[in-house]
Design a protein around this ligand. Structure first.
Ligand code: ADP
Ligand code: MG
Length: 701
């Protein structure tokens, strides 16, 4: 990376021939000295702590015990031949067993002598024993010879173990390599940053992450290396952002015109919330600078993102540009189209929709109207990014539900104009701050953190199976008031058949509780033909059915303000963010709404936390933070594929403070020295230049 010696291939390490090098590469992805030194221990064994024999239990991990060998004998024959020694301290007896190196044990382990035995105990024939313990003479250990305090434990694989590269073997390799290269390791962070955040230097960090003398040194090393890891990610993200802004001029929306003004005065049926106003203003400022906007708008379900999107699109129109809005599914696209055409009329702005099911004839007309500029706003699915779709003058792209679209898809939209359009990404899945900073660190982020006034918070209850009749009773009450109810069942690939059976059984019970003709039940699940789905949905939207039984297909989208109850079956099986999304389907009207989480009696600890969290709060951001703590960043929906989350040491669930420090450091860095021209930044500059040679920016322009 920064030191040429660290780029040396692993086969040059003493004791590693081509064969072992091969396994290191294949099994652990370690190619260079640098890689080996960044193969950090995944835990440490405390070698300062001694256990007594009577403290050993089933959970005991690697431990060390001081005792005396009181007997030693060879037992078994041939393949079971082994040496068993009885080891004693003042609390009891245990056994030490060797199957190999018997000769060495015969010669070196002496009855009557005190040793420190180290290993992982297991229970065998009613006695705890350690096989192949590490043995050290007690008086040597006390004299402090070869004393490790925290012993590193490294990830290895079966194959590597065959090549004597188990944790111990890797420890030897790394120790040797450190001895060799440490003098040549250069600091890769500017000194003023180290001192500002009191970070230890690179050499110390590398030594102490592998061979810490005490917990304090280890903590310092970890902190420094986590900071470094996050710092370089942020450096790259913010550098990309800077490059993009230099490279791509943005279309200028420098005036607010008739469309925005008329919409605001004559059409908008409500007062914008302060959060909506703030975000509209952020977009307004961003789009008049002549630099391409790349902004992520996060807002909980119901926070009013549509109005913000619409005002931004009208702003584009006022400046002579077209705008489009892309949704991940046909249902969602239709819903957007419906809610937007409800807010405006044709004489203010011409809005059209394009999806996969748009008929060929209509499509041809649409294409023409787009190219002539007759259409101001186009709403649709990914059908929008087909090459055939050409705009006269596309100035703004709104993307709903970011994580379903890849970077490449975003880039294709950019190409729809010679100057790339502004990009506004909207997500209703609140992302924890740390994830947003990392995943979308090259975007600007706006947050709509306020719900429109008068919205009653959704009341959430957790009921057990035994309370099902109460739940039905409650549903009847609400339906009697003219409300509608969703009932959602989990449908998971691995248990799809069983899940569908549950759903069917549920529907049967429902039909009994809610008989026709007084009640109508709609059913929607992923296995149904599209047309049937549409039909059933429409029944519910039109109020012709009171109950909608569905699998998670309704998670995104559907907006039926009259629905006031969301029942989630087997709620313990859903993830937190999914539960929150589902709950967001109700509470859209002015009525008091409810979410009922049904679960079995047996709940895992995590399942319990999830349900309790849902009952306690409606705040999507708070929920997303807890979700991150519970599941870790890798599992948060849609982020798995992201390479930026491939962190070695840092943990986005735990290292929020370090991440903020790293990001702020980089922001300041680019503010004070945008071109990284200062001497103290030369290594950072070199680092970025190297990366740029790897990934060409032209690819996405
Ligand atoms: P989301 O952020 O989930 O996309 P929507 O834009 O669909 O939210 O808005 C949810 C509902 O709230 C819609 O019925 C919309 O008309 C209404 N709404 C949006 N903003 C306001 C506001 N400032 N005051 C009152 N109602 C609003
Ligand atoms: Mg929406």
């Amino acid at each position: 990376m920064y030191n040429s010696i660290l780029n040396t291939p692993v086969e040059f390490i003493k004791g590693i021939g081509p064969n072992r090098a091969d396994v290191l590469k294949k099994d652990l992805g370690l190619f260079t000295y640098q890689d080996i030194l960044s193969h950090y221990p995944f835990r440490y064994i405390d070698r300062t702590k001694y256990f007594k024999i009577n403290e050993i239990n089933f959970d005991s991990q690697y431990i060390q015990i001081i005792g005396r060998v009181i007997s030693k004998k060879v037992v078994g024959e041939k393949r079971t031949k082994r040496i068993v020694a009885v080891f004693k301290d003042d609390t009891g007896l245990m056994e030490l067993v060797w199957f190999q190196s018997l000769k060495w044990v015969e010669d070196n382990i002496t009855v009557g002598v005190a040793y420190v035995a180290f290993g992982k105990p297991s229970l065998f024939n009613g006695t705890f024993s350690i096989s192949h313990p590490e043995m050290e003479l007690y008086h040597n250990k006390i004299a402090g010879r070869g004393n490790l305090t925290l012993q590193p434990v490294y990830n290895s694989t079966e194959k590597l173990k065959k090549f004597t590269l188990d944790s111990k073997g890797l420890q030897r390799i790394i120790a040797g390599l450190l001895d060799q290269v440490i003098p040549q390791v250069e600091e890769n962070l500017p000194h003023y940053i180290l001192s500002k955040y009191q970070l230890c230097d690179k050499k110390t960090a590398l030594l102490n992450i592998h061979f810490p003398k005490n917990q304090q040194d280890l903590n310092a090393a970890e902190r420094r290396l986590k900071f470094e890891e996050l710092f370089f990610i942020q450096l790259q993200l913010l550098h990309n952002k800077q490059l993009r802004q230099l490279k791509f001029k943005g279309v200028k929306f420098d005036k607010v015109g008739e469309k925005v003004n008329r919409f605001y005065k004559e059409f908008l049926p409500f007062e914008l919330t302060n959060a909506q106003k703030r975000v509209v203003k952020e977009i307004r400022i961003d789009t008049q600078r002549g630099v391409q906007m790349n902004r992520l708008v996060q807002g909980d379900v119901g926070s009013g993102k549509t109005a913000v999107a619409l005002m931004s699109m009208l702003l584009a129109n006022d400046n002579g540009y077209q705008a489009c809005m892309m949704a991940p599914t046909e249902i969602l696209a239709r819903q957007h189209y419906a809610s937007i055409t409800e807010l405006v009329t044709d004489d203010l702005v011409k809005v059209a929709i394009l999806t996969g099911s748009t008929k060929k004839k209509d499509r041809t007309i649409l294409h023409e109207q787009l190219e002539s500029g007759e259409i101001d706003v186009l709403i649709g699915t990914h059908a929008l990014i087909e090459d055939k779709v050409q705009f006269k003058n596309l100035g703004l792209v709104v993307i709903d539900e970011q994580h379903r679209f890849g970077v490449e898809q975003r880039a294709r939209l950019w190409r729809k104009n010679t100057i790339p359009p502004h990009i506004l990404v909207m997500t209703a899945t609140p992302i924890p701050r740390t994830l947003a900073m990392t995943l979308y660190g090259d975007l600007d982020v706006s947050v709509i953190d306020e719900l429109p006034a008068g919205r009653k918070p959704i009341e959430t209850r957790h009921l057990f199976e035994g309370q099902r009749l109460r739940m039905f009773g409650f549903m009847k009450q609400e339906i009697a008031k003219g409300r509608q109810v969703y009932i959602v069942y989990p449908l998971i690939k691995e248990s799809e058949k069983l899940d569908l059976l549950h759903l069917e059984a549920g529907v049967e019970q429902l039909s009994y509780q809610f008989p026709r003709p007084d009640y109508q039940i709609s059913i929607v699940h992923g296995q149904m033909p599209n047309a049937d789905k549409q039909f059933e949905m429409q029944q519910f939207i039109d109020g012709k059915s009171q109950i909608m039984v569905a699998t998670t297909v309704i998670e995104v989208g559907v907006n039926v303000p009259n629905a006031s109850v969301m029942v989630i079956e087997n709620a313990e099986r859903f993830g937190l963010s999914q539960l929150h999304q589902l709950r967001g389907r109700v509470g859209r009207g002015s009525d008091h709404s409810f979410c009922i989480l049904m679960s079995g009696n047996k709940l895992s600890k995590e399942g319990k936390v999830r349900l309790e969290t849902m009952v306690r709060t409606n705040n999507g951001f708070e929920i997303s933070e807890i979700d991150l703590q519970l599941r870790g960043p890798g599992d948060i929906t849609g982020t798995q594929q992201s390479g930026v989350l491939d962190l070695k040491l840092a943990d986005l669930a735990k290292d929020q403070i370090i991440l903020s420090e790293a990001r702020n450091t980089v922001i300041e860095l680019f503010e004070t020295d945008p071109q990284l021209e200062k001497q103290e930044h030369s290594s950072l500059k070199a680092h970025l230049q190297k990366l740029e040679r790897g990934i060409s920016f032209d690819k996405i322009s």
